[in-house]
Design a protein around this ligand. Structure first.
Ligand code: C2O
Ligand code: CU
Ligand code: CU
Length: 450
């Protein structure tokens, strides 16, 4: 996908095709492209217009995941783009520099439209980030990397809602490789898979630095060898390739280290407790995701890892106006692994508002997962700060702004956030599990800010 750095964008949702296997044509969907779409590079403070034309024969929506926009501009399941029509949201970019993304959000069709290929990156830049010495030459030392697993049928079409995902696509490409210069390189990782969680690492456990999470930079880079990323989550990392010119290494998933309730799809249930993942070759075993071929460095490469980044200031507990408890359960019994899963006992209803939240409320949301598998919880409108996981401190790399959090089986996670700037009594925002089959099956709710 190409780069468009301006304030007016024309996005055309269309059908396409790709030849992933020789002799076969796979039907796809994309935005201006056969699969995926252009990266939108926005600056905080800019006023942007996005003209989104739907040329499919299906209704869809486009949601700006992670961005703080008014509900009527958010592209949730109430904001249809009918076949042949154009939706033109117009808003000021209020977000901090980070990596966001866009994807469809039509109720019961999200998994299908994302699996067929509709999604793209949004990069927001701001003045605070611009002051830090970091790689930011798009496609040179700063790369968007979306990882999506797919299942193909015998005629090499994408299977929607399959637990047998066996092929990893990176930026829509099978058997992907990337030429990177022998210097410090920034990757903006997005788990755009419908169900699979990755446990990223590099060949030989080479270390890297995480600098950002979903909604902004961390306080300081964190050196690590593993990074777990659930569907919907993003992470920015720096990798120092400077001593590796002429060599190749891989971005991998050390999947063997993940618990059964976290890996992969959750829609297969065998036995009486955890899913049987043994028929999926991506489960249980480590696998390669993206090959890096390390080439000559660029002119004036970035040569240092910054020691500090930004200063995150979480909302203060003393300002909390309300606490909400959200219980994740299965409607067909506690140990059921195949769902459907629900929040607070009832599946999503498009005409039911679950919460009405006063504008400027600061709230704690307590997520209690009473199921045998992990669920990545996502909320629209806001970024949040995690308070604790099962009452204990959250890991350093989860202390920045976030909009998705993976809640493990039987875990309780609390976050704090503030609902500000936008209210609309008629158009709700959504909260849901970002496993798209769970979302489509009703593990979702909605709130209005009034
Ligand atoms: Cu990424 Cu409500 O979605
Ligand atoms: Cu979202
Ligand atoms: Cu879920």
């Amino acid at each position: 996908p190409d780069t468009l750095s301006r304030t007016n964008f024309n996005l055309i949702i269309k059908n396409g095709s790709r030849n992933f296997y020789s002799g076969y044509t796979t039907n796809t969907m994309g935005v201006n492209e056969d699969i995926l779409g252009p990266t939108l590079i926005l600056r905080k403070g800019d006023i942007v217009t996005l003209n989104v034309k739907n040329t499919l024969s299906d209704t869809t929506t486009i949601h700006w995941h992670g961005m703080h926009v008014a509900p009527e501009n958010d592209g949730g399941p109430h904001t249809f783009i009918l076949p042949g029509s154009t939706w033109s949201p117009h808003f000021t970019v209020l977000d901090n520099a980070s990596t966001y993304w866009y994807h469809p959000h039509l109720h019961k069709k999200t998994a299908e439209h994302v699996t067929k290929g509709i999604a793209g990156f949004i990069i927001v830049r701001d003045e605070e980030e611009a002051k830090i010495i970091l790689p930011r030459k798009y496609g040179v030392d700063d790369f968007p990397i979306v990882i999506q697993s797919r299942a193909f049928d015998a005629s090499k079409q994408f299977i929607v809602r399959s637990e047998l995902d066996s092929v990893i696509l990176v930026n829509g490409t099978k058997n992907p490789y990337l030429q990177v210069p022998a210097q410090i390189v920034r990757l903006r990782l997005l788990n755009g898979s419908t169900e699979r969680t990755y446990n990223f690492g590099l060949t030989g456990n080479k270390s890297f630095y995480q600098i950002g999470g979903d909604g902004g930079l961390l306080n300081a880079p964190i050196s690590r060898t593993r990074l777990r990323l659930a569907p919907g989550e993003r992470a920015e990392i720096l990798i120092d390739f400077s001593s590796l010119q002429g060599q190749s290494i891989y971005l991998m998933s050390y999947a063997s280290e993940l618990q059964a309730g976290i890996i992969g799809s959750s829609s297969v249930g065998m036995g009486n407790s955890l899913p049987d993942y043994s028929n999926n070759k991506l489960n249980g075993a480590n696998f390669n995701i993206l090959k890096f071929d390390i080439i000559a460095p660029t002119q004036n490469p970035i040569t240092t890892i910054p020691s500090v980044l930004i200063s995150n200031s979480p909302f203060s507990i003393s300002s909390v106006n309300a606490t909400r408890i959200l219980i994740f359960s299965s409607i067909s019994g506690m140990m059921n692994v195949s769902g459907p899963f629900v929040i607070n006992g009832t599946p999503f209803k498009i005409d039911k508002i679950n919460y009405s939240i006063p504008l400027n409320n600061t709230e704690i949301w307590e997520l209690r997962n009473q199921t045998p598998i992990a669920h990545p919880f996502h909320i629209h409108d806001v970024q949040f700060y995690l308070l604790d996981r099962n009452g204990t401190q959250v890991p350093l790399n989860e202390r920045g702004r976030k909009d998705v959090v993976l809640v493990e089986s039987m875990e309780t996670v609390r976050f704090i956030t503030k609902f500000q700037d936008f209210s609309n009594p008629t158009v709700p925002y959504m909260f849901h599990c970002h496993l798209l089959t769970h979302e489509d099956d009703g593990m979702m709710g909605q709130f209005i800010v009034t």
